[in-house]
Design a protein around this ligand. Structure first.
Ligand code: C2O
Ligand code: CU
Ligand code: CU
Length: 476
């Protein structure tokens, strides 16, 4: 079975909203090779441990012809490198801030303790400072990501470039017959959009919109008009919804089938074939595309709506007999004790959550560590004036139980941490936190989050009560 439509109705798409901006390519931009972020070299590695340094820095990037653009990145002028961690390792990270303002290092999709290791707004690293964190990576193979998360300037810092991929690998993935030569037949695809002002500079303040910032120029791994040279073999694309506001409605020429193999935090139990996929801010989707029916010299384009995003240039015939297996992963579905009340979370108008704005020192909910519970997440917007909000929880991977009482979308059966919720919709999640701490949950339209559509939960162990030092805006 091949699904041939987005699972979301046209009326709920961002393109129908106020302030939507169509994509365009600035004049004079030639096609250029897709940048593939290099794999971040560890400082040191043993059988059990690995050490990395991640430095936030300012830099300059040749994005458009003419003047270079001032950008920020992790160990790079823009975006960063790809950090690869194998499951089971103890990971030690030196977080270094070479910017002139404070930042934080949030591990979106990693099951790490909160609130310091998790790197939300309670974990500032000040300019010139270095901090150490460590955690054990114990979760299935996935593309997670690292991004800045200081309140309330997450959006502005991500806009400058502070986002990079963090790939978890495991034995299951190693056994799967899927493309895995990074930069050859496996490519991270960080989807973003930016507006360039005078002298090709970014100016987040000028573009600010509390409803979410759209920009005209697509930026794929930091490149405006990318092409990739591929063969007729299968190619694996790791899509990361890295835009502040924009949704990506992806499809190929000839309605080439994309076989989705993984979602945010794991492989899917079974591959799902689609010709159109939606990626909302914060989400990750891994797909395999097969160019076997093309020949040398062919060009196959990837689009978002009717806009050409990436050219895949077939430069060589290569035989590929690999078959994607029917079973990729077996998620563990935790039991939810039926006597537990269902948690209610609402995403509301005026950038509120449960009728409130985010407050750094307020704990909004408490949940016991290791105890699975149902969360009913409701988007209280109406269809006419509202919009889809991608809901994200730190420090956990959840499974989707239902959408308005019906089945989840066919490609939502793995572990996720970000889920699109349409106006008027309630999505039921099964949520269990493996680690202690204070964690945020919020809309991943980053302007909504910064403006207050965010709250926090304390994950506790009744036998070992803990207290946390929560920052407030003043003490920052
Ligand atoms: Cu991508 Cu609060 O996170
Ligand atoms: Cu997160
Ligand atoms: Cu939102």
């Amino acid at each position: 079975q091949v699904y041939t439509d987005y699972f979301i109705e046209d009326e709920d798409f961002d393109k129908n909203h106020f302030h939507y901006k169509k994509l365009s390519i600035p004049e004079g931009v030639e096609a250029q090779p897709l940048a593939v972020p290099p794999v971040l070299a560890p400082d040191k590695e043993t059988d059990t441990d690995v050490w990395f340094t991640i430095e936030s820095m300012e830099g300059e990037s040749q994005i458009l012809p003419g003047k270079k653009t001032k950008t920020w990145g992790y160990n790079a002028p823009l975006l960063g490198q790809t950090m690869v961690v194998s499951r089971g390792k103890r990971v030690h990270v030196t977080l270094k801030n070479s910017l002139s303002e404070l930042t934080t290092y949030h591990w979106h999709g990693m099951d790490v303790p909160g609130p310091i290791t998790d790197g939300g707004c309670h974990a500032p690293v000040y300019p010139g400072e270095e901090k150490q964190i460590e955690f054990v990576c114990d979760q299935p193979a996935a593309l997670t990501w690292l991004h800045a998360h200081p309140c309330p300037s997450t959006a502005a810092q991500v806009w400058m470039g502070l986002a990079m991929g963090v790939v978890v690998t495991d034995d299951n993935e190693a056994k799967l017959p899927i493309p895995k030569s990074y930069g050859v037949d496996e490519f991270p695809v960080i989807l973003q959009d930016r507006t360039f002002h005078e002298d090709n500079q970014l100016d987040y303040r000028a573009d600010y919109d509390p409803m979410g910032v759209f920009a005209e120029t697509p930026l794929i791994n930091g490149v405006v008009r990318p092409f990739v040279d591929v063969t007729t073999q299968k190619v694996r694309l790791l899509f990361l919804g890295g835009s502040n506001r924009r949704e990506w409605r992806l499809h190929f020429d000839d309605d080439l089938v994309m076989t989705q193999i993984a979602g945010d935090d794991s492989f899917l139990p079974h591959p799902v074939k689609m010709t159109k996929i939606l990626v909302t801010p914060g989400e990750r989707l891994q797909v395999v595309v097969d160019f076997a029916n093309y020949k040398e010299g062919d060009v196959v384009n990837l689009y978002t709506d009717d806009f050409k995003l990436i050219e895949f240039r077939i430069h060589k015939f290569e035989k590929d007999d690999s078959v994607i297996p029917d079973t990729l992963f077996e998620p563990e579905i935790p039991e939810v004790d039926p006597s537990l009340p269902v948690r209610k979370v609402t995403m509301d108008y005026h950038n509120q959550m449960n009728g409130k704005m985010f407050a750094m020192q307020r704990i909004d909910m408490r949940q016991r560590v290791g105890q699975a519970e149902y969360w009913d997440v409701t988007n209280t917007n109406d269809k006419k004036h509202g919009m889809l909000h991608p809901f994200h929880i730190h420090g956990t991977h959840f499974t989707v139980v239902s959408r308005n009482g019906g089945d989840p979308f066919p490609n939502e059966y793995g572990y996720k941490d970000t889920i699109s919720v349409r106006p008027g919709e309630t999505v039921r999640l099964r949520v269990e936190f493996p680690q202690l701490g204070v964690f945020m949950y919020h809309c991943h339209i980053i302007e909504h989050e910064d403006a207050g559509m965010m709250a926090q939960i304390e994950i506790f162990d009744p036998d070992h009560p803990k207290t946390y030092k929560l920052m407030d805006m003043e003490t920052l």
